[in-house]
Ligand binder design. Structure first.
Ligand code: FAD
Ligand code: MLT
Ligand code: ZN
Length: 463
């Protein structure tokens, strides 16, 4: 067993002195994006190769030190923030950024885990291909983090979550072994699909060092509309109709509350082209074939005729479409500037959304009458961010649990896309069945018997 300073020496030998940060240099890595979770790591290690990750993990394992993998540090569940013990080592992938290959024929991208999502998307676009993961943090989030959280975003409706885009993976296991399955295959049923163990498990079973991702054709035409709707029922009717009329071209069906849009205009200096409604939809469709705009116009006309829409704007240009998306993508930032929120990342069957919103609203008016809501999210996926603002800190846990109880009653999930990290692990423990607890622990114990990787995240530590 090595002590802290012995481990620091070992890590410096592996990655070089400059790639081991201590003291004030660790600040940006020790706190999460929302400034909600704060850790005190022993050090931050920034390996440049898979071999260096492997040797760093082996050194930490030998020393019995917990490891916290970190990508872009944009996660919203505190999964990348260490504890306060001063003993945990952050392994940051931010030097492993190579895009090794974009294959426009096989439609794959081979990238290192530290590559930034936007950079990979730009490289794919140069080859007329799209990496269909879109989220407001795409300028900072890194491929390894996206895989580790099985990130969602606004393209899930059409292309699925990150898991659906991972063809091959290279992972460092908790004992330092390297599992290298960087295959460019769309079909591979040869035995257990081992890569699935590391997708969405938030760095608790292995450290992703590289991946092969599936690309899709870059749509040549897109139609983007911001639409005011009278209520959620109308939004669901419009969604159902859009699925029938536009079908597979429909890529985003996002909900924004009037209160949320007001936050954005008040705190980010942007203007909304339509105003005054309780609810808005941001809808996007894309296609390689022409005729999309006409289809979108017909859809809007029907929406007005049927009373599903009260106002709306169909973007006339790419720049206008981007401006509409900017309103949507600024919701999180605006919420932060307005004082933050108790965040929820819930999903329920889409047919239950109206009822869940009503029941959660009734519960809040009883338990937290001063609360204000910032509700937005991926309506087409049945996934809403039911974010509750203006609640005294002392009541936060009670409100959080009460929202989750409503969701659980309707067969929903308390984490649709952000993961459990440390933020939701206790709530998962409260709501999961004994069999889910048992199996989760058996998987963790089998792969990481000493509990080295991301301790305290995802897997409850004491049951
Ligand atoms: P980090 O925050 O660094 O880490 C996240 C988790 O993954 C941690 O548990 C960490 O230990 C683990 N991890 C990181 N890298 C690795 C690795 N190489 N190997 C193993 N484990 C690793 N998320 C969505 O799903 N949909 C959204 O629409 C969305 N929008 C967002 C908007 C904003 C403004 C912000 C700030 C965040 C948003 N997020 C969203 C959350 C976040 O961007 C995603 O969770 C993203 O996948 C995190 O990537 P990251 O590289 O920043 O990971
Ligand atoms: C989003 O959909 O914009 C996000 O998941 C971010 C958030 O929940 O704040
Ligand atoms: Zn989201």
């Amino acid at each position: 067993m090595r002590d802290g300073s012995g481990l620091l020496d070992d890590l410096r030998d592996i990655v070089g002195d400059c790639a081991v940060l201590i003291g004030a240099d660790m600040a940006a890595y020790a706190t999460d994006w929302r400034d909600l979770f704060h850790g005190t790591p022993l050090c931050v290690v920034r390996p440049a190769t898979t071999d260096e990750v492997s040797k760093s993990v082996a050194a930490c394992a030998l020393a019995g030190a917990g490891i916290v993998p970190q990508g872009g540090n944009t996660g919203l569940a505190g999964g990348a923030t260490p504890d306060l013990s001063g003993t945990q080592v952050i392994i940051a992938l931010d030097r492993m950024t190579a895009i090794r290959r974009i294959d426009p024929v096989g439609m794959t991208a081979l990238v290192e885990a530290g590559a930034i999502l936007k950079t990979v998307k730009d490289a794919a676009e140069e080859e007329n291909r799209l990496l269909p993961i879109s989220l407001a943090a795409e300028g900072s989030a890194r491929i390894g983090g996206l895989i580790a959280t099985n990130a969602g975003g606004v393209d899930v409706l059409r292309y699925g979550m990150t898991r659906a885009l991972v063809l091959g993976l290279e992972v460092v296991l908790p004992d330092g072994q390297i599992l290298s399955r960087l295959r460019h295959l769309r079909k591979d049923n040869a035995g257990y699909d081992l890569k699935q163990l590391f997708i969405g498990t938030e760095g608790t079973l292995g450290i992703v060092t590289a991946a092969v991702l599936r690309l899709v054709p870059l749509p040549r035409h897109r139609a983007t509309a911001l639409i005011a709707v009278p209520d959620i029922g109308a939004a669901i009717q419009l969604y159902t109709h859009a699925q029938s009329e536009i079908g597979e071209a429909l890529s985003a069906f996002e909900l924004i509350s009037g209160a949320g849009l007001d936050l954005v205009t008040a705190h980010t200096g942007q203007n909304a082209p339509i105003k005054g409604a309780d609810w808005y939809l941001l809808i996007e469709a894309g296609s390689s074939l022409p005729g999309l705009r006409e289809a979108a116009e017909t859809l809007l006309e029907t929406a007005f005729t049927e009373g599903w829409a009260t106002d709306g704007v169909l973007a006339e240009s790419g720049a206008q479409a981007d401006a509409l998306w900017s309103l949507r993508e600024s919701l999180t930032e605006a919420e932060g500037k307005a004082g933050g929120a108790i965040k929820h990342d819930i999903s329920v069957p889409i047919t239950e959304i109206d009822t869940v919103l009503r029941e959660a609203g009734e519960m809040l008016s009883r338990t937290a009458p001063d609360a204000r809501l910032n509700v937005f999210g991926h309506l087409g996926d049945g996934n809403l961010h039911y974010n509750v603002m203006n609640v005294p800190k002392a009541d936060a846990h009670r409100v959080n649990a009460a929202v989750h109880d409503v969701v659980a009653r309707h067969g929903g999930s308390i984490s649709a896309e952000h993961g459990l990290g440390q933020y939701r692990v206790a709530e998962w423990a409260r709501l999961a069945s004994p069999t889910e607890h048992d199996l989760t622990h058996r998987i963790k114990d089998a792969l990481d018997p000493r509990g080295i990787l991301n301790p305290g995240k995802v897997v409850p530590q004491h049951d």
